[in-house]
Design a protein around this ligand. Structure first.
Ligand code: PGA
Length: 260
């Protein structure tokens, strides 16, 4: 794991955008795994800026989103289809036919999930997966005790996650109970994981994920097993880490060819 601690979410998001920008310049037809939620908003804003001002090209990129609420149609204001359209896809040149988001309205969810996995495989696998982390340690919507080998499937949200996400829906009663999410095994198959976490309320989940034991109680802790996992934090989210001085030293002394 590489732990990158920045003064705030803006600086962290700029680094994450540079990591993605570098990948796209090296591999213009890269496959990106994308996340939703408050965390990647600044990152997507920065990618849009790079597209507009530095001609970062998405015309050959393929995308797969992590998850979607079951029962929300694509044009629902809180669907992740709407989120991605408004915050990223509408502002960059990724072709519509290369965008994949789980279908919350799928009639046959198990076969939809198998097909989603097959599409990821057919695209050559995910080069870089963007991740947030839930206050309970979830990645995607893989809640605590999700199998660490799981594939794309339906999951039931914890009350904690439904409470956390109620701010988007007006009240908790409106938050769906079920979601389709890439599995932890699916996420771990990607060639690079780029997890972002900002704010004090993520500090405990981050400490468990980075320095705790690998456990399904904190699904993000599986990233300790990933060969290329970069964790971008602001000071608040890093507050409970023990080896924080070491992480800073490593980052500050990277050889020039490793810098973003
Ligand atoms: P947030 O959600 O970015 O809205 O905090 C993160 C997550 O649930 O993965």
């Amino acid at each position: 794991m590489e732990i990158i601690i920045q003064p705030g979410p803006k600086a962290g998001s700029e680094i994450a955008a540079r990591i993605i920008g570098r990948l796209l310049r090296e591999k213009p037809d890269a496959v990106l795994g994308l996340a939703t939620g408050s965390t990647p908003l600044l990152l997507y804003g920065e990618l849009v800026r790079l597209h507009r001002e530095e001609r970062l090209d998405f015309s050959r990129v393929t995308t797969f989103n992590l998850d979607e609420y079951v029962g929300l149609p694509p044009d629902h204001p809180q669907s992740y289809q709407t989120f991605m359209r408004e915050n990223l896809f509408h502002h960059i040149n990724v072709p519509k036919e290369r965008i994949h988001i789980p279908d919350g309205m799928a009639q046959d969810i198990p076969s939809f999930c198998r097909e989603y996995e097959e599409r990821i495989r057919a695209a050559g696998g995910i080069d870089l997966q963007v991740l947030g982390i839930g206050t309970d340690g979830h990645i995607g919507f893989n809640e605590p005790l999700s199998s660490l080998a799981s594939r794309t499937r339906i999951k039931t949200l914890t009350e904690q996650t439904r409470r956390d996400n109620a701010r988007h829906f007006g009240n908790e009663g409106q938050v769906p109970h079920h979601v389709i999410t890439m599995g932890i095994g699916t996420i771990m198959d990607s060639r690079m994981c780029l997890m972002l976490a900002f704010g004090l309320k993520k500090a405990q989940a981050v400490a468990g994920a980075v320095e705790g034991p690998i456990t399904a109680m904190n699904p993000a802790s599986i990233l300790q097993m990933h060969p290329v996992a970069k964790i971008v934090l602001d000071e608040a989210a890093a507050q409970r880490l023990i080896k924080v001085d070491y992480y800073r030293w490593v980052y500050d002394h990277k050889p020039p060819w490793q810098r973003f």
